[in-house]
Design a protein around this ligand. Structure first.
Ligand SMILES: Nc1ncnc2c1ncn2[C@@H]1O[C@H](COP(=O)(O)OP(=O)(O)O)[C@@H](O)[C@H]1O
Ligand SMILES: [Mg+2]
Length: 292
């Protein structure tokens, strides 16, 4: 078994118990204080996430959120000597970004991508129905499994009264709604993340998956996104004056998403309504899944 020394013994034991003997750990990502490995043994596979330093608090909160949400795919977690870990079932299936790869390459058969977008909306609607927001929806945070979409990276998932931690800065900056960007800029805590802010990010995720670009046309507003710090970008986004990118590779889909990105939060659809609108505007029939 290959066991990177940074993995706490309790996490290695949990991974071996879950996956079985001949455990092999393959690094998937390593960034911002946490590392994810795919663990594979003779019995099965799992994702092991270990947070260190600033990432420890964040990973510990993610494990606590998965417990509070009774997430089916949660296996275990813990904190040892300032290192937090969580073990989850390995979710087999493409991310939303991956499902949309043929679309970005110019495919004209769009039924599968459209169904995936609606499935993602249903998963977010399910989280909202449970009283939570994800607060960091991204093109890679929905995994399209054979039994539906699972949302991952719930480190910033929140409900009123939940400990948000000090480091929350709104999640992926490019998918921040103007009102959430404004709330981050003021610095008041806790930052109230509404389902409407999640729906903005959800529309932005689908927009990005379809176009290959983040939704905001920074350059058109005279902003160089590479030169700007995240704090600067949030200040610009908070004005609500950055236009949306002009390319329209899939107008029927983008016509549904555009008002979500432009309208005031009170006028945005719910996640479930957004999923239904995507289905209704589609040329081809959609396979619908019940909201969990
Ligand atoms: N349970 C899981 N099943 C399958 N892949 C996973 C799972 N958890 C994490 N991953 C993979 O690891 C990547 C990083 O995980 P994530 O929780 O988003 O960490 P980070 O905080 O570094 O963004 C994901 O984009 C996905 O590819
Ligand atoms: Mg992530």
């Amino acid at each position: 078994m290959s066991t990177p020394s940074s993995i706490p013994a309790a996490a290695q034991t949990a991974a071996t118990e879950h996956c079985g003997r001949d455990l092999v750990l393959t690094e998937v990502t390593d960034r911002r204080g946490s590392t994810v490995w795919k663990a594979a043994g003779h019995k099965g596979t799992a994702a092991l996430k270990v947070g260190r330093g600033d990432g420890a608090d964040i990973s510990a909160r993610e494990a606590a959120a998965l417990v509070a949400l009774k997430a089916d795919y949660f296996v275990g977690g813990g904190v040892t000597h300032g290192t937090a870990w969580l073990l989850t079932d390995w979710l087999e299936g493409p991310s939303t970004w991956e499902v949309f790869a043929p679309i970005r390459a110019g495919a004209t058969d769009r039924e599968q991508a459209l169904a995936a977008a609606a499935d993602l909306c249903a998963a977010v609607a399910g989280l909202h129905a449970a009283g939570w927001v994800h607060a960091d929806l991204q093109p890679s945070h929905g995994i399209h499994t054979a039994t539906g979409v699972e949302l991952i990276d719930l480190a910033w998932a929140w409900r009123p009264g939940w400990d948000q931690g000090d480091a929350f800065n709104g999640g992926m900056t490019h998918l921040l709604s103007p009102e959430l960007a404004a709330a981050i800029v003021t610095g008041d805590k806790p930052v109230v993340v509404t389902p409407a802010a999640d729906v903005y990010a959800l529309a932005g995720v689908i927009w990005a998956c379809a176009t290959g670009r983040w939704p905001l046309a920074y350059e058109a507003a005279g902003i160089d996104p590479k030169a700007a710090t995240p704090h600067d970008l949030r200040r610009h986004i908070a004005t609500g004056r950055i236009p949306v990118t002009a390319d329209r590779p899939w107008p029927a889909l983008q016509d549904v998403l555009l008002p979500v990105l432009l309208d005031a939060p009170a006028n945005r659809p719910t996640a479930s309504e957004l999923g239904e609108s995507l289905g209704m505007r589609a040329a081809s029939p959609l396979r619908h899944r019940a909201v969990p």
